[in-house]
Write a protein that binds this ligand. Structure first.
Ligand code: CO
Ligand code: ZN
Length: 332
């Protein structure tokens, strides 16, 4: 799976500009699903058909957001430096000294006003992107106001660990893709809609409209979650490498007991290690899905990840594989 994860993480897909990552996923899954389409907002929706005559035939929605955080050019000064704003949760501190890459491949360096009295006062408005140009006119040949850029962070595999930018949430996209692979071999009783959503990082926007179109019986999001296993970290039960996490709660949802039980039973049946997740800050796609229409019983499988929203997000590849096995076992 890590070869696929490598390509997924390194492909551009800042929220609202998901075309490159969507193209990659389409090529990866199009021959393995029964229907595939891109909807009005850009969500990629793929259906793996089940057996309509099966007892208890249900409609599942698996949501994995394909967008990533990034920055957007807001102003170019006379010397050619680019001022920017955030797309999603971007910390000024993790941005210092980083490389960013615009969709057209132009690379810039993020730095900040040297006059800043105290680094504690650092804000994105005190920062700029330097693409090595000398004037506004020269910069505008490469970057225009409104252009977005992702952070650069190469993919490294070290033992069971992998480090990259955009593990949030290409790790989830890799899991959903692997679930399609598994179900292609095992078959499924249920209809499974795989939705690679847009604009999750801006407030679960794509998931909301996708759920309205599908109106599934159950929904499961696959996304990353934080861990509580680094020095002096916030208290949190989740650890890297101890298995995928079955979500109980985050700030967007209290997961439905029926979905939680379904996931627990699947993990036990297939002998997959798992842990429970209560995430105190942050949400994911099911936050929007579960309150769509008359309501959708929803839950989530999360991939434990350190340093979320940095260019060096770290996961365990074993957790990734087990997350795919768990979701496939639960929905088929
Ligand atoms: Co995120
Ligand atoms: Zn995410």
């Amino acid at each position: 799976m890590y070869e696929l994860l490598n390509r997924l993480t390194q492909t551009f897909g800042v929220s609202g500009n998901e075309e490159p990552i969507r193209e990659l996923i389409i090529n990866e899954i199009k021959d393995k699903v029964d229907e595939i389409k891109t909807d009005a907002l850009g969500n990629l929706i793929a259906l793996k058909k089940g057996n309509a005559d099966a007892q208890n035939h249900k409609k599942f929605m698996i949501a994995a957001h394909m967008d990533e955080i990034g920055v957007i050019a807001t102003h170019i000064d006379d010397k050619g430096y680019i001022r920017f704003s955030n797309i999603g949760g971007v910390s000024p501190y993790t941005s210092i000294g980083q490389k960013v890459e615009f969709k057209n491949g132009i690379t810039g360096v993020v730095s900040y006003e040297q006059k800043l009295d105290d680094i504690k006062n650092l804000k994105l408005s005190k920062m700029y992107i330097d693409i090595g140009t000398k004037s506004r006119e020269e910069t505008e040949k490469f970057v225009k106001i409104g252009d977005t850029a992702c952070f650069c962070g190469s993919f490294v595999k070290q033992g069971d660990f992998a480090i990259s930018k955009a593990m949030d949430n290409r790790a989830g996209c890799a899991v959903a893709t692997e679930v399609i692979n598994i179900l292609s071999k095992t078959g499924t009783d249920n209809d499974i809609y795989f939705v690679f959503t847009v604009q999750e990082e801006l407030g679960l926007r794509g998931a909301k409209t996708a759920a309205y179109q599908i109106m599934p019986d159950y929904a499961i999001a696959v996304d990353v979650t934080r861990t509580g296993d680094t020095p002096e970290s916030h208290i949190m039960e989740v650890k890297l490498g101890e298995g995928p996490a079955i979500k109980i709660k985050d700030s967007s949802i209290l997961c439905h007991p029926a979905v939680k039980s379904l996931l627990e039973a699947a993990a036990k049946r297939a002998n997959i290690p798992y842990q429970y997740e209560i995430l105190e800050g942050g949400g994911t796609d099911v936050g929007a899905i579960h309150t769509t229409g008359g309501g959708v019983p929803s839950g989530a499988v999360s991939i434990p990840t350190r340093y979320i929203h940095s260019p060096t997000e770290m996961i365990s590849l074993k957790d990734l594989e087990n997350a795919a096995k768990l979701v496939a076992e639960a929905v088929r």
